[in-house]
Design a protein around this ligand. Sequence first.
Ligand code: TYM
Length: 332
Amino acid sequence: KARLYSGMQPSADSLQIGNYIGALLQWRDLQESYDAFFSVVDLHALTVPNDPAELREKTRRTAAQYIAAGIEPSKSTLYVQSHVSAHAELAWILSTITGFGEAGRMTQFKDKSSRYGAEASSVGLFTYPVLMAADILLYQTAIVPVGDDQKQHVELTRDLAERFNARYGDTFRVPVPMIQQDTARIYDLQNPTSKMSKSAESTAGVLWLLDDPSASAKKIMRAVTDSEGVVRYDRNAKPGVSNLLVIYAALTGRQIPSLEDEYAGRGYGDFKKGLAEVVVNEFGPVRERALELLADPAELDRVLAKNADHAASVAEETLSTVYDRIGLLRRR
Ligand code: TYM
């Protein structure tokens, strides 16, 4: 089986529907045909300010949501990034072959550093994509399923792998990103031209996986639309309605034209009610299962530790080859 790698930051108490549709739904299917590794990237979360106790809790909650959404820890390797020290170690090595300008061209860094300001931005925020490259390359990964916003980071990963291989001999498999075009970007319900995000300033337009179902339904009923009153997909003229159609289609496995037909001649109120029902039905069981898992943190920690042992054994092998190739004197 070919290797697959992906991860998410534990940056909020709950994942949002963009993470679910853009990532988790695909992960769940792909774990059947790939040797899949899924991490909760807690080291990445440190690149912005965090409360220590909250970070620990968010890490558990993120792992619980992976499992609740259908990632099976007996099938896939589901673990916490900081449990495998090779990630931080390989990140250092890769940082020495990454250009300063190359890292500075990452749009996510440019966005975030301009949001926080240069003084408040850490060096860790700058080297964030190098750590992500380490995550992927340690496992000799073939494919990396991500949303659209992570594509540039996977491209950098490819560049670093090729550069290392050219300088020191074939060491890393060069991974390819896998992006499901139609669901690669879910937008904020209140601001349907910007990406839905766990770290959005206002959460009025963010649908949380673990939210009370009635709260999610309310947010859908209040979602920004337009004055045309026709349920029709048109990303430029009707970003709000188009986004709701994409979410509806992704959660039901239906095609957008069939939804347009169903709601032809009916108002946005009906359409939103229909979507709210779909979302509540989909999230309800996921939420319940996640809360069940979180009620027994010791068992969850045990599962994560077991998976981390497996991840570490794979990662150590790559790291050891890297140390040899690059000329570090090994301790005997
Ligand atoms: P993160 O935590 O921001 O997001 C996790 C996954 O969810 C996708 N995603 C979305 N997809 C569609 N619409 C949205 N609005 C939306 N918001 C988020 C992201 O594309 C991602 O796939 N740097 C990564 C985590 C990471 C990683 C890795 C990923 C660290 N190491 C190695 C893959 C491989 C991140 O911050 O994702």
